[in-house]
Design a binder for this molecule. Structure first.
Ligand code: ADP
Ligand code: MG
Length: 476
């Protein structure tokens, strides 16, 4: 516990409120950033003092302070100001706190990094190693994220098949398996599913799953402890190494260097590596070229944005698991409207169920509208067919009016087909609706365009990359 120094004597309200507010802010951050990030970066922070509208938080190391300032301080300030308008600034300082003594739960297969220097008598030189959570090398697995609970559809079938193959195989397959796709589309779910599968069916195989951020954090910690040798050994002795959200190590050269060596060492021993990211290897910014190319050596599997059918399938699966009957029209409505990603779709379903349970009212289309008003609005503001037409026309250097025109020259037809394909993939519009927006074309024309684009993308790498770029620029 840190002693609080409030420099506004007499303003007791301020002091009594600030701690519960900090608790609320922490809870909020935990939900927003997830357990792993929270535990690594946010949990070790404590309140140092409050002066006027400025809260000063203390971080145990300089590295952590800098990281928190660049990544989370603004978020903390916004959350706090929302609770208490008097708080206008959040600062982070470095302050030593005693190191945690005992390692907590062990990682999946490895023992914790043992510091080469005693922790009990820190000198100032050691400042940066103090207080860093040094318990877990790998991260915990979510018990819900199994293959059984993963609904397979067109957008994720390749990623699913590859993940299952890797999980079932005793030797390395497609090394590395690189899974990429937008947020909330199931990358982490698939990685956990692989780990569960191996833990269940091949318990002797050593699996490590962790976020790239955590990998970086462990590595920096090992550097601080001057203990990179055991860091290397531990990572290099696993059979299956999974690193989630690898885009997080963009721009971090020393971490990339280490990652590259770990990567090569594992591949040389024919051990499996599985990576996820929000972009394809070649599109990862701030990554060394040799690392990018290495990441693309194995199988690169893209998880596409959801389709209506997949969304509906997922809703049915979730409702079945929860054993709750939900009217068909409500399910269809949700699948049509919540198109952003699966996390949001699940959130919507949970909200409806929670509401129904709490107020004891039946779930109907009407209550659904009511409960999800904000979410529906947000999803409505998403991509429109007009946005897609404009962006695709710009990309291929044709006129927007050609999206509707009857011109049939190849340089116009292909972009138009791409736009139709993206309209199908990224909006919840039906084929006839899409056809109408493209100069009143028939729904079969749209269907033909979608199939054609799907066919070409499997054969033409450049075309497939164009599609990915377009999709990504539309999705931001
Ligand atoms: P990502 O890591 O790609 O951001 P997650 O794996 O965290 O996404 O998935 C977000 C949520 O959606 C999780 O609760 C996950 O269980 C769920 N989810 C994603 N894809 C599927 C799927 N195909 N079937 C069932 N649930 C899914
Ligand atoms: Mg994830």
């Amino acid at each position: 516990m840190t002693a609080l120094a409030f420099t506004e004597p007499g303003n007791l309200d301020h002091t009594t409120e600030i701690i519960p507010q900090w608790e609320q802010v922490r809870e909020h951050l935990r939900r927003e950033f997830g357990e792993a990030i929270f535990k690594s970066w946010l949990k070790p922070l404590c309140i140092n003092d409050v002066r006027g509208g400025t809260v000063r938080l203390a971080a145990p190391t300089r590295f952590m302070r800098d990281w928190v300032i660049s990544h989370y301080a603004e978020r903390i300030r916004i959350c706090w100001s929302a609770l208490n308008a008097a708080i206008s600034t959040v600062e982070v300082i470095v302050k030593l706190t005693p190191p945690p003594l005992a390692p907590a739960d062990l990682p999946l297969a490895l023992s914790p990094v043992t510091p080469s220097q005693p922790l009990s008598e820190p000198s100032l030189m050691d400042e940066e190693i103090i207080g860093i959570d040094r318990d877990v090398l790998g991260a915990a697995l979510d018990p819900r994220f199994t293959f059984d609970n993963f609904v397979v559809g067109k957008p994720n079938e390749l990623a699913y098949a590859a993940a299952l193959r890797v999980a079932e195989s005793q030797t390395a397959h497609f090394n590395p398996l690189f899974l990429y796709g937008g947020v909330g589309l199931g990358k982490t779910h698939l990685m956990h599913a692989i780990a569960w599968h191996i833990k269940t069916f091949h318990p002797k195989r050593r699996v490590i799953y962790l976020s790239a951020e955590k990998f970086m954090y462990q590595f920096v910690r090992a550097l601080r402890y001057k203990d990179t040798v055991s860091f290397k050994e531990q990572f290099r002795s696993v059979n299956v190494l999974m690193i989630d959200d690898v885009q997080f190590i963009s721009g971090k050269e020393t971490t990339q260097e280490e990652f590259f060596h770990t990567f090569n060492a594992l591949v040389d021993q024919n051990h499996q590596i599985i990576i996820s990211a929000d972009k394809s290897p070649s599109d990862l910014e701030g990554m060394e070229d040799r690392l990018k190319s290495r990441l693309g050596w194995g199988l690169v599997a893209d998880i596409h944005p959801t389709t209506y059918e997949l969304r509906l399938g997922i809703l049915h699966a979730k409702a079945d698991t929860l054993n709750i009957g939900i009217p068909k029209d409500v399910m269809e409505f949700l699948a049509r409207k919540i198109i952003s990603n699966i996390r949001e779709l699940e959130g919507a379903l949970n909200r409806i169920i929670a509401h129904a349970t709490l107020v004891g009212r039946e779930i109907t289309l009407e209550t659904t509208h009511e409960v999800l008003r904000d979410l529906l609005k947000a999803n409505d503001r998403r991509i429109t067919i007009e946005d897609i037409q404009k962006r695709v026309a710009e990309y291929y250097g044709i006129k927007i009016s050609d999206m509707q025109s009857a011109r049939r020259s190849q340089n116009v037809v292909r972009p138009r087909q791409v736009a139709m394909y993206l309209a199908k993939a990224l909006t919840s519009r039906s084929l006839p609706e899409i056809g109408r927006k493209f100069g009143g074309r028939d729904h079969t024309t749209v269907l033909h365009a979608v199939r054609k684009v799907e066919e070409i993308r499997t054969q033409d790498r450049e075309f497939s990359e164009d599609l990915d770029i377009l999709r990504r620029t539309l999705e931001v």
